[in-house]
Design a protein around this ligand. Sequence first.
Ligand SMILES: [Zn+2]
Length: 87
Amino acid sequence: MTVPALTAETRWRCTLCGNLTRFDVTRTARVTEFLHFDLAGESKVEETEVLSETIESVRCRWCNAVDQVELVARPGAGGTEAPAEQG
Ligand SMILES: [Zn+2]
């Protein structure tokens, strides 16, 4: 079973126990970071640009099920709060 990709209107839900809020996510990401060095040579990441990202697995923190998540609508998604774009 593959992990469904999240969107602005959806969230994960564990299909076994119903957990919506706690998951361990294993992912690989390719990023470009802006490192800002001070005069002592210490660096700090000030900007991160994610070039690509792949979620490898999602484990439920409640029941330890791996990749047993489905997409469900977020609260308010498609409701009256967000005005729908016309055209
Ligand atoms: Zn679960």
